[in-house]
Design a protein. Structure first.
Length: 168
C-alpha cells in the first residue's frame, strides 16, 4: 500500500461524521430492536437482558454491514484509506521486533519495511494530530537512514510490499 496525499480537513470532517452517525445508528437501532422484541415477547420476570443484548448485536451488525457497503463511496475515500493504512501498520507492528533485529543484521528487506513503517506512522500521526512522538520518530528514521547510507542503499517507499513481512 502506497501512501497518498489526502486532505486532512476533509478526512477529519468525514471521520467525525462517520463516528457520530455510527454511534447514533447503533444507539437507535439497538434500542428500537430491543424494545420491539420486549414488546413482542415480554418476560414476566422483568429481565430483558437477552433482548437488549440481541438489540445491541443487531445494531452492531447494521452499522458494520452499512460501513462495509459504503466504504468505496467517494465520501468514505479518506476514512477508508486511513483504515487500510492502520491495518498495514498493525501487521508490521506485530512483527516489528523481528524486523528491527533483521535491520541490525543489515537485512535490506527489513530496512525497506522499517522505512515504510516510519514514513506511514509519520503520515498517520500527522493526519490524526498525534504529534507527541514525532520527535522520537525523527530520531529512529535518522538512525535507519544512517545505516542505509553506510550500506550504500537508497530506501524508497515504492519498494515496500506487504509480502516482505512474510519472512519475519
Amino acid at each position: 500500500m502506497q501512501l497518498q496525499k489526502i486532505d486532512k480537513a476533509r478526512y477529519r470532517k468525514h471521520l467525525n461524521i462517520v463516528i457520530v452517525t455510527s454511534i447514533l445508528t447503533l444507539a437507535i437501532s439497538s434500542l428500537a430492536i430491543a424494545q420491539g422484541l420486549i414488546h413482542l415477547y415480554p418476560d414476566e420476570s422483568g429481565s430483558h437482558f437477552h433482548w437488549n443484548l440481541l438489540g445491541v448485536v443487531a445494531g452492531c451488525l447494521i452499522v458494520g454491514l452499512t460501513l462495509s457497503r459504503v466504504k468505496l463511496h467517494d465520501f468514505m475515500r479518506e476514512v477508508y484509506y486511513v483504515w487500510q493504512l492502520k491495518q498495514v501498520l498493525n501487521q508490521i507492528q506485530r512483527k516489528l521486533a523481528k524486523v528491527k533485529k533483521a535491520v541490525e543484521q543489515d537485512d535490506v528487506n527489513a530496512m525497506i519495511v522499517l522505512n515504510y513503517y516510519y514514513q506511514a506512522c509519520r503520515h498517520l500521526w500527522q493526519l490524526d494530530d498525534n504529534t507527541i512522538t514525532l520527535d522520537d520518530l525523527g530520531v529512529w528514521q535518522t538512525t535507519l537512514d544512517s545505516k542505509a547510507e553506510a550500506l550504500n542503499l537508497n530506501l524508497k517507499m515504492e519498494d515496500f510490499d506487504l509480502a516482505l513481512l512474510q519472512q519475519y
